[in-house]
Design a protein around this ligand. Structure first.
Ligand SMILES: *[C@@H]1O[C@H](CO)[C@@H](O)[C@H](O)[C@H]1NC(C)=O
Ligand SMILES: *[C@@H]1O[C@H](CO)[C@@H](O)[C@H](O)[C@H]1NC(C)=O
Ligand SMILES: *[C@@H]1O[C@H](CO)[C@@H](O)[C@H](O)[C@H]1NC(C)=O
Length: 179
């Protein structure tokens, strides 16, 4: 009888574990302790607005994983904080480099991703629009910014020069001038 009860509770535990694991990506901490990080809804909303601003005609992807109601931390090109204990579901990586995306200008919702550390928009086509003058100051945690071959044009916003955490900045091949 005791044995059956043990087996039953083990079974329930396994069931609970698989429910947790399928609802979001589960992370063991190596101590049989399962925590989860789930994309913050504001972050998903901002990403979906950015997606809507793209015209996918010549793109190599339509960002099919970017779907409302799913965990944006698992979307193509998107990453959240690996340190689950401190993660609040904020997006820290946006790597859309080399996807041939086209958009006239960069949607302002991008700048709501204020936890971004890594932003790669290289090898896309932002239609010869200006690099947004306002917005980059909100991305104060950026360590990597790559806008090379992104079809931006014009002056480099002062805000980019004020990103004090930047380790790597690639503006190569842009039609730019410095002030
Ligand atoms: C989970 O891990 C945290 C620290 O990482 C610890 O404080 C907590 O007691 C653990 N919970 C369980 C149920 O083991
Ligand atoms: C961006 O943030 C502003 C305020 O911080 C909010 O009003 C706006 O709705 C947000 N936009 C998106 C697409 O998340
Ligand atoms: C920026 O992106 C381009 C094209 O994807 C790549 O060739 C280059 O190495 C990147 N720059 C840095 C500093 O990583």
């Amino acid at each position: 009888m005791a044995c059956t009860t043990k087996l039953l509770s083990l079974f329930i535990l396994i069931q609970l574990y698989s429910v947790a694991a399928s609802n979001s990506h589960a992370h063991g901490d190596g101590h049989g302790n399962v925590t989860t990080s789930y994309c913050h809804p504001d972050q998903a909303a901002a990403l979906l607005q950015v997606k809507q601003s793209f015209i996918f005609d010549y793109a190599t992807t339509t960002l099919p994983s970017w779907q409302p109601g799913t965990d944006c931390c698992l979307w193509e090109g998107v990453g959240c904080d690996d340190d689950i204990s401190s993660s609040d579901g904020s997006v820290t990586t946006l790597d859309l480099g080399g996807r041939g995306l086209y958009s006239y200008g960069c949607h302002a919702a991008l700048f709501n991703l204020t936890s971004l550390r890594y932003l790669d928009l290289s090898l896309n086509d932002f239609g010869g629009s200006r690099i947004p003058a306002d917005g980059f100051e909100r991305l104060s945690k950026l360590t990597h910014l790559n806008l090379s071959y992104s079809g931006f044009y014009g002056q480099i916003p002062i805000a980019i020069g004020k990103l004090t955490s930047l380790i790597s900045l690639d503006l190569s091949s842009l039609l730019i001038w410095m002030i």
